[in-house]
Ligand binder design. Structure first.
Ligand SMILES: Nc1ncnc2c1ncn2[C@@H]1O[C@H](COP(=O)(O)OP(=O)(O)OP(=O)(O)O)[C@@H](O)[C@H]1O
Ligand SMILES: [Mg+2]
Length: 308
């Protein structure tokens, strides 16, 4: 973790947000409420939880596309008041401009970011990111001429090309074949690490979360979903896709995440650990104990005991 990250632990601060929708028979359905989470600058955070728990809603609120029913999100010291080029979003479904080519879609984002840049400069930058996601040769195609995976790659190129302060990703790789998914995960990880990019990403894939994330946020099932805990990734920062399963703590953290999805995501609400405080969800570090863990870190065996 960089020095910047340590000095800016509240770069993104989600403060008691709620999302409610009018219910069919009157009243409201609470998707989630009293949700608190802080993300330091430069951190890669994944959110995991079952379908419908409100992950996309959280991301849309972070993007400024939706307002929370309660609470506030502060980014870099300022409450979010709408969408911003500082926060790039890669949506669950790609959201490309259908009348523009691949190059046009990426160039449009680049020129929105750097309004004074000349056409050649904009296109050079756009092409660089199109190459990065393996779409060179497809610059002139329209979204309708691309496969779903290729469209998603255009979305990724577009988001990366504007160097946002925060990258928000909603299952960005889920529609891709395994090979493309792996390549893009590698690229996104490499770029985010080398640029100190702050990322909040939603995924259903625990292996993807373990490979990419510094911390993994576990959300319980909805309605009234909550952050059950924040899992610190104990694997070394230089982990590699091809050898990650040999890391000593890989299966410990993997089993912890799978156990959560299989059972605790459902039972957590009625079986909360003593002292659970939604403002400070427990921080858990599965695997070997560390020499000096952060103050609110709960050693993994203690959590396992609390569940028994
Ligand atoms: N406009 C809306 N009106 C009413 N309910 C809505 C609306 N939008 C979302 N919801 C409900 O809010 C809940 C959370 O939706 P959301 O899309 O955030 O879930 P999610 O965790 O992203 O799910 P998935 O993993 O399937 O993408 C769902 O139960 C959904 O039906
Ligand atoms: Mg979703």
């Amino acid at each position: 973790m960089s020095a910047v990250a340590v000095s800016d632990p509240k770069f993104i601060s989600i403060e008691g947000i709620a999302r409610r929708y009018p219910a069919a028979g009157g009243g409201f359905t609470t998707i989630f409420e009293d949700l608190w989470l802080q993300v330091p600058r430069g951190e890669f955070v994944c959110i995991i939880g079952h379908s419908g728990c409100g992950k996309t809603s959280v991301l849309n609120i972070l993007a400024g596309l939706e307002n929370p029913s309660d609470g506030v999100v502060v980014v870099d010291g300022q409450a979010i008041a709408g969408p911003s080029l500082d926060r790039a979003v890669i949506f669950q479904g790609h959201a490309l401009l259908p009348w523009k080519s691949v190059l046009g879609n990426v160039a449009y984002a680049v020129s929105s970011r750097w309004r004074k840049a000349g056409r050649a400069e904009v296109e050079e930058r756009a092409k660089r990111f199109i190459d990065l996601v393996g779409l060179n040769g497809n610059e002139a195609k329209k979204p309708a001429e691309l496969s779903g995976g290729m469209r998603q790659r255009v979305g990724i190129a577009r988001a990366l090309s504007i160097e946002p302060k925060i990258m928000l990703m909603d299952e960005p790789f889920s529609a891709l074949d395994a090979l493309t998914r792996g390549t893009l995960q590698d690229e996104v990880r490499r770029i985010c690490k080398s640029t100190g990019q702050t990322v909040v990403m939603i995924t259903h894939d625990v292996d993807e979360a373990i490979y990419l994330a510094d911390r993994i946020v576990l959300m319980t099932n909805g309605p009234e979903a909550m952050v059950a805990e924040v899992v610190e990734n104990p694997l070394p920062a230089d982990r590699r896709r091809d050898t990650i399963h040999h890391e000593p703590d890989f299966y410990t953290v993997r089993n912890h995440l799978v156990d959560f999805l299989v059972s605790r995501s459902r039972t957590f609400r009625d079986d909360k650990p003593a002292g659970y405080d939604p403002r400070h969800p427990p921080v858990v570090r599965p695997g070997a104990p560390v020499a000096s863990p952060p103050a609110n870190t709960i050693p993994f065996p203690a959590v396992a005991k609390a569940r028994d």
